[in-house]
Design a protein around this ligand. Sequence first.
Ligand SMILES: Nc1ncnc2c1ncn2[C@@H]1O[C@H](COP(=O)(O)OP(=O)(O)OP(=O)(O)O)[C@@H](O)[C@H]1O
Ligand SMILES: [Mg+2]
Length: 255
Amino acid sequence: MSENTVIELKKLTKRYGYGDTESFALKDFNLTIKRGEFIMIMGPSGCGKTTLLNIIGLLDRDSSGEYVLNGEDVASISSKRQARLRAKKIGFIFQNFNLIEDLPILENVALPLVYTGYTKTARLKNASNALKRFHLQEREYYFPYQLSGGQQQRVAIARAIVGDPEIILADEPTGNLDSRSSHIVMEELKAIHEEGNTIIMVTHNPALTVYATRVINMLDGHIDTDIKTVSDANLPQPINVKIMKKKSKKNRRKK
Ligand SMILES: Nc1ncnc2c1ncn2[C@@H]1O[C@H](COP(=O)(O)OP(=O)(O)OP(=O)(O)O)[C@@H](O)[C@H]1O
Ligand SMILES: [Mg+2]
């Protein structure tokens, strides 16, 4: 496996039901994702896009096959460590924002940091910085219902990146937004990508594929077409890869 590979899926299968009711959301799905790719996944409703993101994001499990994340077979990782990996390495953005309605947006953004061991003050400070990046610092104490859809999605992006994850998963992040808000959200994702992060995004909007380095069309649980528009050599380099490597070595020693 090349050093730049973040995700490797081998013959990944997700099956629902048994016997006569058996159906496959994913079937023998193979995919290798390099660090710094911005992948857009398209395909008709029901072809398995959300299932794929949920498995990659460790929110769901495959029925068979292999999922290798940063060189580790996910099946061999305890569910406790999976939860920690998910909190540290993966940020999620959903179509309907998924913010908690009775928490101010500052606390919404701070939520993924609960697993990191930061103090509450440090968590809120980080959340505040993330909101600043998306020009929402003056609304920290607003509740989600007091914001427009575009603003809510920017809060959700702030929440997705607050813990500095390497992988951002976005399931139709602009699906509920008007074209102006979509554009703003896409520009934010573009900036996050240019910092060397890996983004996997599902969309029904072909116009957005201009932001992608690779476009995958799915059909009935498998890849129909897979087109790279940027060569691997020209993907953005992670800014903080050295620091990350040092950290993980130290962590390994601790155990
Ligand atoms: N819990 C479940 N039980 C049974 N079948 C399921 C379940 N979840 C998903 N499926 C099936 O898996 C298939 C893939 O669903 P998935 O949600 O991944 O599609 P999708 O490509 O994201 O569609 P959309 O574009 O509408 O969001 C569908 O046929 C769906 O009915
Ligand atoms: Mg879906």
